[in-house]
Design a protein around this ligand. Sequence first.
Ligand SMILES: Nc1nc2c(ncn2[C@@H]2O[C@H](COP(=O)(O)OP(=O)(O)OP(=O)(O)O)[C@@H](O)[C@H]2O)c(=O)[nH]1
Ligand SMILES: [Mg+2]
Length: 441
Amino acid sequence: MADARDTICALASGPPPAAIAIVRISGPRVREICSAVFEKGVPAPRHAVFGRFLDVSRDTIDEGLGLFMPGPSSYTGEDTAELYLHGGAAVIDHALDTLCAFPETRLAEPGEFTRRAFENGRLDLVEAEGVADLIDAETRAQKSLALDQLDGRLSDQYAAWRVDLVNALALLEVSIDFPDEEDAPDETSDPVREKLESIQASLEQALDDEAIGERIRDGFRIAIVGPPNAGKSSVLNRLARREAAIVSDIPGTTRDIVEVRLKIGGQIAWVADTAGLREASDAIEAEGVRRARERAAAADLRIQLRSADTRPDFHEAESGDLLVLNKTDLSDDVTVPEGGLAISSLSGDGFEALETRLAEIIRAKAGASAAPLITRRRHRVALEQAQFHVKQALDLQARGGGAELVAEDVRLASRQLSALIGEIGVEEILGAVFSSFCIGK
Ligand SMILES: Nc1nc2c(ncn2[C@@H]2O[C@H](COP(=O)(O)OP(=O)(O)OP(=O)(O)O)[C@@H](O)[C@H]2O)c(=O)[nH]1
Ligand SMILES: [Mg+2]
């Protein structure tokens, strides 16, 4: 981590050429820089001032709006300024070169502005992740999830659980400190148990969300599965509207997973074409079949594809799978599978209905939980760990374990939640979270 006392600057808007470029500065030297670079001096706080920006030789960099936002009520918590320039490469370079020539002033690292906001208590770690997700959001659903996270709704929930755990711990400590008080065990053990059981139930409910938050954020997974030559790769290509996978009349053509990223039902969906399922003829195909089965098992939705020119057999399908009969153009006598669809990848017949059905299914899956909470694996792992320790504490208590031992597990559970919102920081976690940001944020 570079020196946190430096003043940092970066292009905060998109790459040139663009109508406007926003260059952002944060740190102890912002006031000094503004008074030198803004022709009209340091602007009044939070008031946009139009004027020229000057370099050290008093040459004009550009003209535009300047903004000064004094700490601690700025985004980073430090003095910050923004320069609104014309969005050309030469203008931006001239501005950044000028700024970096000031002492202890340098280009920001990815996510460094938000990291400072975090270090200065303007955001917690979960909210900071919300910032990154908002910038990366491609769908409305991703955007609203990120906004909720940035608003602190998620952090509030995590923090509330932590407070409950700390309260349980306080009660436990009473029974450790006053073991001989006559009524102490009765008075304290039940409320502790009640509290822990209620936290346990909340954690369980949050974890039992079918990973909807993570799916909205990272994409739903659809796998096309079926015997060789059913037309799986042809279906993928038609859905993707490009020749993503090789199609041939040789059975066993696809061996690896071919995946395309699509927008379906307002959500991101990864659609995977897989190797045809059969007794493999060589080691490579066998590996392909293994991967196909693995992907099928992990998918949120399986499209079971069969060809109408063979005797279609949907026996391997599980409940919830979408049954699709392909190559209807080759058969005069097509029986649409129950609850499923009939299509032709060759003519495109039935594809509109297929796409509509996929959109309906994904939409229903995305809306299955009113308030998806967990959006990242990091959160899930921390909550699982917290739940593990709460359960351990409850088991210990039920077996008559000493309050010290029970308290230790409650403490470990509460530490997981503290780390989750970044109250206690592990450098690698912080590094991993902030390095995924773009420069200028
Ligand atoms: N007539 C007709 N032919 C099709 C249709 N869909 C696919 N085919 C043909 O069927 C053959 C196999 O298609 P693929 O898409 O490669 O089948 P696959 O299921 O991916 O096969 P593997 O990768 O070997 O498992 C190709 O010759 C395609 O042109 C269809 O709807 N109608
Ligand atoms: Mg194929």
